[in-house]
Design a protein around this ligand. Sequence first.
Ligand code: CA
Length: 267
Amino acid sequence: MTTTSGPRADDGPTQRRVLVVEDEPTIAHAVASRLRAEGYVVELADDGPGAVDAALRRPPDAMVLDVMLPGFDGLEVCRRVQGHRPVPVLMLTARDDETDVLVGLGVGADDYMSKPFSMRELVARVNALVRRVDRARALARTPDDGVPLELGPVTIDRAERRVRRDGTEVHLTPTEFDLLVRLASSPRTVLTRERLLADVWDWADASGTRTVDSHVKALRRKLGPGLIRTVHGVGYSAEPTGDADDAHDESDDDSENAADDEAEDRA
Ligand code: CA
């Protein structure tokens, strides 16, 4: 057990539960024993149906979810579990570029890590997921949270964690919600991808900037293209007028961000 980054709840000694879904026994057991060493209670599942059963029987505080599984895949697991109750999901992908494809499908994972990964990184990301849930709960208890945040036609109720566009509810994943709140809390302000990673993902290094890009794309898809402006090579800003003029320009974003990521990978 480590200190403040450990998996215990802010308001009690309850041990945090992680469901690890992975059909490769070597990886599954390595991940499980590392998380147990960090103080988590770990449950294992090795196929899609088993994962859904386990998650619905005893909802975990976080899920580590492999994409390719027997039965049905991790995307379907994510959909079925999230359909009942939001659970933070760290998805394990086979390759970096698979992450973008998955986010494009609107699967609803909160973070992605491509194989092979370091156990240290995995633990850091699971800790970050769990901390974020704690923080979101604490935020929801603050009194001024009853005031909805507005971004153009979008209304954000932080206490209920609900988002509406022109009065119609839009379903966001927990991470999409937190990212939207962060952007909408500082309208017309450019937030770097590193800043967003730190504030939303509680993730201190820049290796996950692709995750930020992917989640911004998901928000644009769900809320409309004009609300979040890309500042090339820097980051993003929320535009309350809804006329972010680069919205038609996403293919250019992709190539630029991909180039940035490659540069970071090599650094
Ligand atoms: Ca697999």
